[in-house]
Design a protein around this ligand. Structure first.
Ligand SMILES: C[S@@+](CC[C@H](N)C(=O)[O-])C[C@H]1O[C@@H](n2cnc3c(N)ncnc32)[C@H](O)[C@@H]1O
Length: 299
């Protein structure tokens, strides 16, 4: 049932940009329910994939079958898993999947009642509720501002600390408790739920999503074979900014230039396209904010 519920974002664009050739090695760092990887397999590519979520990995395994080489791992661990093999294409489709969001027990959604957890890998790390129970007001506000771009971050942080002090018998353990607390302190603007940005921020923090992305952007381009492409789909501006800046750097856009305006050392990568491709809401509601960028290894 789950594979039908998660529609892969920008599927045709990914297939187009990876230009899969039979027998080539394609890495999917974010298998999810395996939609993109299935398209690669269907074109004769060999798939090596990771997901840090054991449920996603199990779903991908049953969809993709024994041909694909799948690992329960973070995508920053891919260079070690590749053991020197060079990939003809690498895909990162960042963030969480619809099945993760739709399962109340995972605690990602402020619309569903569940434990305040939000870990993509529940076998390790700290659930959101534990961090919320111990963080200082400054730490909370910093996370809400940095990862959620929440302008009222201090107000929300103060309300959480006040709740902890005044109601120690009612720790914030569920998504509903936190969503209601945020809704009490932040005015509704009618467009999005007032807790949207705070939930996004906590999820990014609990899973160290930007740290993971930075490490991957640093290491994965070097794992490509010449002609191979790294394709990244991001869902919010912090991720897209990191991808854009790193890709432009790799393509030599900030490199020293000679008198004729050419880079002094030819860059090893090129931008496949200058602009990001965008998802559309008619594809899938999640796709509306999707931005896809790709680089290619030239030497
Ligand atoms: C948007 S979904 C991917 C959907 C997939 N492309 C498909 O077609 O079904 C993102 C997936 O990436 C996983 N993920 C996110 N960050 C990760 C990381 N750093 N390492 C490994 N998996 C990660 C999540 O657990 C989730 O299953």
């Amino acid at each position: 049932m789950d594979e039908a519920r998660h529609l892969s974002v920008l599927l045709d664009d990914v297939v187009d940009l990876l230009s899969v050739r039979p027998g080539g090695l394609y890495v999917d760092g974010t298998l999810g329910w395996g939609g993109h990887a299935a398209a690669v397999l269907a074109r004769g590519g060999h798939v090596l994939g990771t997901d840090r979520d054991p449920d996603a990995l199990a779903a991908a395994r049953s969809r993709l079958g024994p041909e694909a080489e799948l690992h329960h791992a973070r995508f920053s661990e891919l260079p070690a898993l590749l053991r020197g093999r060079r990939a003809d294409g690498i895909l990162l489709d960042l963030g969480v999947s619809s099945p993760q969001l739709d399962r109340p027990e995972r605690g990602f959604s402020f619309r569903l009642v569940g434990p305040l957890d939000m870990r993509m890998d529940p076998s390790g790390g700290e659930p959101a509720s534990e961090w919320i129970a111990r963080a200082t007001a400054e730490e909370l506000a910093d996370v809400f501002f940095r990862y959620g771009e929440e302008r009222q971050s201090r107000r929300v942080a103060r309300a959480i600390v006040q709740h902890r002090t005044e109601r120690p018998e009612e720790p914030l353990l569920t998504t509903r408790q936190l969503a209601e607390l945020v809704a009490r302190v932040l005015p509704a603007d009618g467009r999005i739920h007032p807790a949207t940005r705070v939930f996004q921020a906590i999820r990014i923090f609990v899973n160290d999503e930007l740290g993971e992305l930075d490490r991957a952007l640093e290491a994965l381009p070097g794992c490509l074979a010449p002609g191979g492409r790294l394709v990244v789909i991001s869902f919010h501006s912090l991720e897209d900014r990191a991808v854009k800046q790193r890709f432009r750097h790799l393509a030599g856009e900030d490199a020293p230039r000679d008198l004729y305006g050419n880079p002094v050392t030819p860059p090893a990568f090129r931008l496949v396209e200058r602009r990001a491709r965008k998802g559309t809401a008619d594809e899938n509601p999640r796709a509306r904010s999707a931005r896809l960028r790709a680089i290619e290894r030239v030497s």
